[in-house]
Design a protein around this ligand. Structure first.
Ligand code: NI
Length: 306
């Protein structure tokens, strides 16, 4: 897949204004059909092989995920590009980076990426949440967005994205583990909102929704006979330490099997692989990101020591 030197999409001023006003935007095309077809094949391979499972990078978001062979409700892979380097050079990536710059300015950098599968009949719902609420360290100021692309049509029946407009301009609401069970990876919003206010965003394959890190969102279960695959690229302005104190206590108590696998893998030398991957991903070219990564590491160490 050759990377296009220049993006093939550009948001209009009206679309940019809509994003900042409502917190989300849907566009009909971010990746050409041939690329989407290739990506479908790559995703099906990565999920079938359970790529990254041993290092905690593939896990089920809604079950205890402690049995390698148990059926999964909502499997996800963090940074699938680490297991399929061909994902590095896509039209999707070039276009997504250009859109992120248009919306968050020239300082924006790639943050992470996510592959999500909703298995046919019945891949689980993705609970209502704000992405910023998943950050482990609440005491940074975050300015982030996610670009969500379905690899087949996304409909209400197979779990398209749904948003509550305007929540991007509010605060991070309280969240909790589903069923108050910290062994489940996902979080769900426990704050006050009305799901009846949701705007569903059905999309063609290779279209995209773009949402801000504060925008409350949800995706329903997959009730169809076909898998629902989505590829998400997240971008952010490198976060700076915040003057105000916040506590995302719902993340503190998490005890998932995936986190255990990640800890074990890091102890066995995975921490070196993680560092090499960050360098290969271009970290050294992004001074703002290097500073953020260093600050985050120091804060995590201090917290552990204290
Ligand atoms: Ni999300």
């Amino acid at each position: 897949m050759p990377t296009p030197p220049t993006p093939t999409v550009e948001l209009t001023p009206a679309q940019i204004a809509e994003f900042h006003e409502r917190g989300f935007l849907a566009i009909p095309n971010i990746s050409p059909p041939a690329e989407v077809e290739l990506l479908r094949g790559i995703f099906d391979r990565l999920f079938a092989q359970k790529a990254g499972r041993a290092e905690g990078a593939q896990f089920d978001m809604v079950t205890h995920d402690d049995d390698d062979d148990a059926p999964q409700g909502l499997p996800a892979i963090i940074n699938p590009v680490n297991f399929a380097p061909e994902l590095r050079a896509t039209v999707f990536r070039t276009n997504a980076a250009a859109i992120a710059r248009q919306l968050l300015g020239p300082k924006v950098t790639a943050a992470f990426e996510h592959a999500i599968l909703k298995p046919p009949r019945y891949g689980a719902a993705t609970p209502w949440h704000q992405d910023e609420a998943t950050r482990v360290d609440a005491n940074f100021d975050y300015e982030q967005l996610s670009i969500w692309m379905p690899l087949q049509e996304a409909t209400l029946q197979n779990g398209c994205m749904q948003y509550i407009a305007g929540t991007n301009r509010g605060e991070v609401l309280p969240h909790r583990s589903p069923k108050s069970d910290p062994k489940i990876h996902a979080i769900e919003c426990a704050g006050k909102f009305d799901p009846a206010d949701a705007t569903p965003c059905p999309l063609p394959a290779g279209g995209a929704t773009i949402h801000h890190g504060r925008t409350l969102h949800y995706a329903g279960p997959n009730a169809t006979d076909q898998p629902r695959r989505a590829y998400i690229l997240a971008f952010e302005v490198p976060p700076k330490p915040s003057a105000r104190q916040r506590d995302f206590y719902w993340n503190r108590d998490k005890q998932t099997a995936g986190l255990d696998r990640k800890r074990q893998w890091r102890k066995r030398g995975g921490i070196v692989i993680e560092f090499v991957r960050k360098l290969r991903g271009g970290l050294w070219r992004q001074p703002g990101r290097v500073v953020f990564e260093a600050r985050r590491a120091v804060r995590a160490l201090l917290k552990r020591a204290g």
